[in-house]
Design a protein around this ligand. Sequence first.
Ligand code: 13P
Ligand code: SF4
Length: 301
Amino acid sequence: MTIKEEILKLKKEKNAVILAHCYQNIEIDEVADFVGDSLYLSQTAAKTDADIIVFAGVYFMAETAKILAPEKKVLLPRLESGCLMADMINLQQLREFKAKHPNIPTVCYINSTAAVKSECDICCTSSNAVKIVESLGVKEVLFAPDTYLGTWVQSKLKDVKVITYPGFCPTHLRITPEDVNQKRKKYPEALVLTHPECHQEVIKLSDYVGSTTGIMNFAAQSDKKQFIIATEMGVVERLQRDYPEKEFILISPKAICPNMKWNHLEDILNSLKYEQYEINVDPEIAKKAITCIDRMLGVSK
Ligand code: 13P
Ligand code: SF4
């Protein structure tokens, strides 16, 4: 039996489902039930009737799935799969940030730990951040941990002051304005599609800014044939696979998230076979964090 066949067999026997983020190695898609961005995967985790969720993504995603589906067994195939941005703020740092700006609602990016979510008012992903901040109907919000996503949200909303925490995604920050200029020179007909975790100087030079799904939908629906993609390279690989009649150019070979690349088919197989590595969340923290996530899912229905 091939690895793929073994995975499919085990998945059926154990009533398991495999959720994969678009930044994963593309081979994972061969066995995944659902592939998408953070919002789609958390919505999917919330409504699955599988007994086991194998999360091919990073730690905070598996943690979020566990909070949303506490009765399921949630597995992260490689424990090294962290998120450097999520690790930039812990509970103590969040409390200090809030104490510096008292009585202001706090929006946390889903790329954060369960403990951080447990003390924030509402969560967001890159695809719904503007809508979530707007939904609060307030004059000021705190936004953690991504200062760049927060700054982009601010550029879209005039009536709210967005006070950001100084976190960032090292993968997206490796993309520079020079990368955009160089690629535009080489491909003058191409549109530049950019993730809002990028620096605002990169965003300024872009034709479209949106989440992973936003970028993929934009490219699919556009009449144009060539696109420069300023986000993690997994998105480029999937776009090229799905739309072979169009051309997708990776902004820079530096646009790679090493933590998203740990998983290979062998890791998915071992995860299913040995039911490793189980992710659990302290029930007290989970109880508070679910409110923050549920509010987001309510706004994003
Ligand atoms: P989205 O999946 O919301 O586009 O976020 C990108 C990301 O960095 C995930 O870690
Ligand atoms: Fe975290 Fe950035 Fe990797 Fe996403 S791409 S998982 S934000 S380090």
